[in-house]
Ligand binder design. Sequence first.
Ligand code: KG4
Ligand code: ZN
Length: 360
Amino acid sequence: MAEHLTLLGIESSCDDTAAAVVRGNTVLSSVVYGQTSLHAAFGGVVPEIAARAHAEKLDHCIEEALAKAGLSLSALDGIAVTAGPGLIGGVLSGVMCAKGLSAATGLPLIGVNHLAGHALTPRLTDQTPYPYLMLLVSGGHCQFLIVEAHDSYQRIGGTIDDAPGEAFDKTARLLGLPQPGGPSVEKAAQSGDPARFTLPRPLLNQPGCDMSFSGLKTAILRARDGVVAESGGLTRQDQADLSAGFQAAVTDVLIEKTRRALVQYLAMNPEKRSFAIAGGVAANGVIRDGLMALCAGLDTDFIAPPLHLCTDNAAMIAYAGIERMSHGEIDDLTLSARPRWPLDQRAAPMLGSGKKGAKA
Ligand code: KG4
Ligand code: ZN
């Protein structure tokens, strides 16, 4: 049944306004309007600016997605929308828009958890069978999830403070490198010496799969201040060495914690040897290569969806909606927007709040 369903997906939980049309496993269109330039002057996402931009852009974005798919609303089977977690103003913009469309057309409305969208992407792109282990690693999220079914997830670890993408962005800011920080720190690191500065590997020696990245950012601040105090400023080589040191520390933590998460997962599922990544940090070549090598050593398939489906997009929301709808799960106009919405209801709540809003 799922392969016949055609859904519009709507995503507005952070700083990307996105709409997509997906039929079964085929992405017919996927449109993303970013907001980076709107927030650039503020050093982070401003929730009110994001919400207003979503409200202004959603109609155009949806029209473009339908036009690119060559379909009208009447050709759809339903409308899937991110109902959380995220910045509440943005989530509300999307949910209200989807409700309006559903009320006007009579199409079923399906609320989707943004994290489920990321977590189910390997099924959209690679038809990965359940279960599999996922590392979701972005500017707002960092968690290990055992994806057991479209509505069943086990979180076996995650960050207790900042997400790695957030740490990359803050490090870039401290070093005077452009935003988004991930790509600029990765580029600078290519000509850097990762051993010049001694940086911590937080929680590396603690048991379990939890991670911490905020101390690393503070260590970079201290190291930078030390260089500035000594020589009056940062040279290009200082930037490169600090970037390389930071990236090596994040990579060491992510690889070792992923190794533990995989060993734990494989002990429970020795026949289902699949590991997938999602989120913007998955674009990092050094981190990706490290994870790939780790999987090869543990005889596990490494699934990395194409980058435009790893970062925030609405195709993953439409696809997660298809999985829900094919199980008869449909919402009505009482669907509410949720700032926090953990995928694993049994896991202990995560602390803190990232640049992209509440951590789920
Ligand atoms: O998934 P995403 O587009 O948005 C959310 O955070 O939800 O991820 C964006 C994050 C940013 O923090 C960005 O700096 C980081 O992903 N990122 C990277 C790289 N490319 C993007 N981090 C490390 N290395 C990269 N090459
Ligand atoms: Zn996301």
